[in-house]
Design a protein around this ligand. Structure first.
Ligand code: BES
Ligand code: ZN
Ligand code: MN
Length: 506
């Protein structure tokens, strides 16, 4: 069994009433107006007499306040810091929490290089957003760089962040910071799983790490190995996993809240630790990105742990299938028929449509607990990216809950978008030899078809949302806002916000 203890995944965040003696830089926000940049500050956090000096200096070197623009200038002698980093917030009338989160993230990324402590006034605009943005923008992954190329401790991200607020002892401010710190840690945990290469993160190891995280958060943990899966009739997970020398797992993590009769939420996440496509093998170009094919699993593991840490009055169980999709003489073949958990038979026409096979088993298992709500998330289809691009998750499911999840996702800046299940697509999944085929023979609406496949396995009375994060879980282009290259941690913040909303409103 693993003794996995995660490394610290972000800076230490603390509330402060004024810039402390230890601070090296002060990060301030600048909005953009027709008359030039304007400082976005609340009264009192920085001495009024030096504000115009700071603004003049910034204007002189060309700062405009454009969103996420970074300008660094020497600090006036009366401030205890060496320099000021001004980060653009865009137009003041368009300023929202997500822009503050992104700007804080951009500022944090600019601080890489031996800065011990940064103070910021972005927190007077929105404490939670500033904290999350700073924490997430500071996340870097150098675990597999040796001393030869590792950036070294002096080039690392900022270590401490002082979030300036007018009343640092205020209970509400403390609670906000605690929640944001926990959320940022969960997002970073999901990123860390995604960024860990497939050589090092395979189903048994992933299960061990999930078990370790779950146990230390006080969750009930259950891990089924390949023998238990075979015996239990989990034909989808077994079928996908059998091409690999590294056998599959099914992990269940349960958080039981103290509240009697609390609503029940089931989470399910796709945990393909690497997707070669199997016998229906993928082209070589960009195949390395398939290290991200467990992004859904990473997010649900992080989210159930987070729900426990926040002590939410909701019972949450994550059911997480894990397998490696490999071609070999023991792999399943196109044309094979397997039996999903619960008895549905499936003709596996394309072994690269493996996500739905492992998810269907997990969804049926999750529904045995009779949850009120079920959220599944997966890097399920390339078609998600064709339809919505790299940053917009597709949300499907039962109408009302789907729309609720999409709305909340947009509120937290993860931007999920509701998508339909056109009824005519279902017949395309009919098979001549089994109950269902795992793919259709046409390529249109691929994201929706995958969702329609999953729908076959969701119990009637469960409110269900399926979130396809094929693009959004993994950033293959440059860093932006609080998102670096690699794992993004999407959709952890959507899911925890939905669970909090269920806690508040049922
Ligand atoms: N893991 C992939 C989907 C994917 C593609 C995620 C690109 C992230 C980036 C999934 O298992 C897959 O291969 N889906 C196929 C389905 C098809 C065979 C119906 C796809 O999208 O091509
Ligand atoms: Zn896949
Ligand atoms: Mn695939």
């Amino acid at each position: 069994m693993s003794t996995y203890t995660p490394r610290p995944l972000g800076p230490t965040l603390a509330l402060a009433g004024s810039v402390g003696k230890r601070a090296d830089v002060l990060v301030i926000g600048l909005t953009k107006s027709a008359d030039g940049p304007e400082l976005a500050l609340a009264d009192g956090t920085v001495d009024d007499s030096i504000l115009s000096e700071i603004l003049d200096g910034l204007t002189l070197v060309g700062a405009t306040g454009a969103a996420e623009e970074i300008t660094r200038v020497p600090a006036p002698g009366s401030l205890p810091v060496d320099s000021i980093v001004a980060v653009g917030l865009g137009a003041a009338d368009a300023l929202d929490a997500e822009q503050i989160r992104k700007s804080a993230g951009a500022a944090a990324r600019s601080l890489k290089g031996g800065i011990g402590t940064a103070a910021t006034t972005l927190s007077v605009l929105d404490l939670g957003a500033a904290a999350e943005g700073f924490a997430l923008g500071s996340y870097v992954f150098h675990e597999y760089k040796s001393a030869k190329s590792a950036p070294g401790p002096d080039a690392g991200p900022v270590e401490n962040v002082e979030l300036l607020v007018s009343a640092p002892k205020d209970k509400e401010a403390k609670a906000t910071l605690e929640r944001s710190t926990a959320i940022a840690k969960a997002v970073a945990t999901a990123r860390e799983f995604v960024n860990t290469p497939p050589s090092h993160l395979f189903p048994a190891e992933f299960a061990d790490r999930a078990r370790a995280l779950g146990s230390s958060a006080g969750l009930k943990v259950e891990v089924m190995d390949e023998k238990a899966l075979e015996k239990g009739g989990y034909g989808g997970i077994v079928g996908v996993g059998k091409g690999s020398s590294r056998p599959p797992r099914l992990v269940r993590l349960s958080y039981a809240s103290k509240k009697k009769g609390a609503p029940k939420v089931a989470l399910v996440g796709k945990g393909i630790t690497f997707d070669t496509g199997g016998i229906s093998i993928k082209p070589a170009a960009s195949m390395e990105n398939m290290t991200s094919d467990m992004g859904g699993a990473a997010a649900v593991v992080a989210t159930v742990v987070l729900a426990a840490e926040l002590g939410l009055p909701v019972d949450v169980t994550a059911t997480v299938p894990m397998a490696e999709n490999m071609p070999s003489s023991t792999a399943q073949r196109p044309g094979d028929v397997l039996t999903q958990y619960g008895g549905t038979t499936v003709e596996v026409i394309n072994t690269d449509a493996e996500g739905r096979l492992i998810l269907a088993d997990a969804i049926v298992r999750a529904c045995e607990d009779e949850p009120d709500y079920l959220i599944d998330t997966a890097t399920l289809t390339g078609a998600q990216m064709v339809a919505l691009g790299n940053r917009t998750p597709g949300v499907m499911g039962t109408d009302e809950f789907r729309d609720r999840v999409a709305t909340l996702s947009q509120q937290v800046g993860e931007n999920g978008w509701a998508m339909p299940f056109p009824s005519e697509l279902r017949a395309d999944l009919d098979s001549k030899v089994a109950d269902l085929a795992n793919v259709t023979n046409q390529r249109w609406g691929g994201m929706l078809v995958a969702g329609i496949y999953l729908k076959e396995f969701v119990s009637q009375d469960v409110q269900w949302a399926h979130i396809d994060v094929a693009g959004p879980a993994y950033n293959t282009s440059g860093p932006w806002g609080y998102t670096g290259k690699g794992g993004t941690g999407v959709p952890v913040r959507t899911m925890i916000t939905v669970i909090e909303d269920i806690a508040a409103n049922g």
